[in-house]
Design a protein around this ligand. Structure first.
Ligand SMILES: [Cu+2]
Length: 456
């Protein structure tokens, strides 16, 4: 109990009564913990129950539980939230316990789990435990496996997780609206034996996409394909936490996809292996080295690697997904001299700027006036200039001197002197070593001319 209270304090969390249920009922319910901060909270070391190695949720947190008669009791509250996507833009989303995504829920194989779900949304909802093998009546499909949870009501789900894995939770009620509004979270089932698949750092995030008109703050939920916000844990670059590790650490990154398209997640630097899916661990004999893994819609992937010092980009390889809000109908003006037309337009629109005749990178430098509450298309300052990114991009920051359990941003990597790509100036290189040349005689080719069609 002391540990939990300490956690609440460090997390800056607030406890609210479950106003929607009767006073007697509320007294029985686990207290509601809410957390609206976008700062990554320290992994939640289990204060009771079986030990496990907790995950680090990027820009997020894990939900404390209370242990009651040997049952882990969690309390989720579905409610409208305000989420800062990155400094300069806030979105009106729906989520759980003050945040979108909701808190990560962590449990252990064989735990007895009870999850109370209180609905503070203006419409009904349910919670589906995506990929978790639960009794059919606990599967959370509104209308199919249970009645919907009406606004103001609290439902209870009970199950016993069978197999370790990386999972998600989300509504199975008015899904198009509720998921487009940000209702999702991670659910991690840890192995019964904490030594199994142990890593030094275990990061987790879930991918979401939003369509928020520049200058507005509420997603358009009817969009099918043309999203303009590509987010990890409802954050976009440069608002996404770096993934900090110490040289030589075994690092796992768990990635879930609740957008409506696939995301080829690419990591620079050390090669990785996919070691886990929604269905559990991948046997060693079935793994192979990768630098990109495609995470399809509704999938989870856990990747693992041994950390090498450096600042290694981690991003979706669909280039439009590493950008802020943009117009997809912008014409390609590379090579087009816009000077004459710009002069004519300037007479009508004094601040008109022609853009893109030499590519789009100047977009990152321009001080174009943006609508209120809108992020630039390409942004993020690095040690050598603008990164010209946005959306699904972060940096795996590996250093030799990071303390165990320290996830703070260590700043930019300092490459060894002379080891950074640089402008070439004539004569500043040693002559390149050349392969020894074979003598002319040895290099004579033996050629046999084709001899007609007789042999066919
Ligand atoms: Cu993508």
């Amino acid at each position: 109990m002391t540990n939990r209270r300490t956690f609440f304090k460090t997390a800056g969390a607030t406890m609210l009564g479950a106003a929607a249920v009767s006073r007697a009922g509320a007294a029985m319910l686990p207290e509601v913990v809410t957390q609206a901060s976008t700062t990554m909270q320290p992994p939640l070391v289990p204060p009771n129950g079986r030990p496990y190695n907790p995950v680090a949720t990027l820009n997020g947190w894990s939900l404390p539980w209370r242990m009651k008669d040997g049952v882990k009791e969690f309390h989720l509250v579905a409610e409208p939230v305000v989420r800062e996507l990155a400094p300069g833009m806030k979105a009106n989303l729906w989520g759980y316990n003050g945040s979108s995504p909701g808190p990560t829920i962590e449990m252990v194989e064989g735990d007895r789990v009870r999850i109370f779900v209180t609905n503070r949304l203006p419409e009904h909802t349910t919670v589906h435990w995506h990929g978790v093998l639960v009794p059919n009546g606990m599967d959370g499909v509104g209308g199919l496996t249970q009645p919907h949870i009406a606004p103001g009501k609290t439902f209870v789900y009970e199950f016993m997780p069978q197999r370790a894995g990386t999972h998600m939770y989300h509504p199975h009620a008015d899904e198009m609206v509720q998921m487009a509004m940000g209702m999702m979270g991670l659910l991690i089932i840890h192995p019964k034996d904490a030594r199994q698949m142990r890593v030094d750092r275990d990061f987790a995030f879930v991918m979401a996409s939003y369509d928020i008109e520049p200058g507005s703050a509420t997603p358009r939920t009817s969009e099918m394909t043309d999203f303009n916000i590509w987010a990890w844990n409802s954050r976009v670059f440069p608002g996404i936490d770096p993934l900090v590790a110490r040289t030589g650490d075994r690092v796992r990154i768990r990635i879930g996809n609740l957008t409506m398209t696939n995301h080829p997640i690419h990591m620079h630097g050390p090669h990785f292996e996919v070691t886990g899916t929604d269905g559990g661990w991948v046997p060693k004999s079935a793994r192979w080295p990768e630098v990109t893994t495609d995470v399809a819609v509704g999938q989870m992937r856990a990747i693992e690697f041994d950390a090498i010092a450096g600042d290694w980009a981690l991003h979706c390889h669909k280039s439009h997904h590493t950008m802020g809000p943009m117009s997809h109908t912008a014409a390609n003006l590379i090579g087009v001299d816009q000077r004459a037309v710009a002069q004519r337009i300037s007479k009508l629109v004094p601040d008109y700027m022609a853009m893109g005749s030499a590519g789009m990178s100047d977009m990152a430098q321009m001080q174009m006036p943006l609508p209120e509450n809108t992020l630039p298309m390409m942004t993020g300052d690095g040690p050598y200039g603008s990164l010209e990114m946005g959306g699904m991009f972060s940096v795996v920051k590996v250093r030799d001197d990071i303390a165990r359990g320290d996830y703070r941003d260590p700043g930019w990597f300092r490459q060894a002197p002379g080891s950074v790509a640089r402008e070439y100036t004539a004569g500043d290189l040693e002559p390149a070593p050349r392969a020894s040349q074979p003598a002319a005689d040895d290099a004579t080719l033996q050629v046999r001319k084709p001899g007609g069609h007789a042999g066919h």
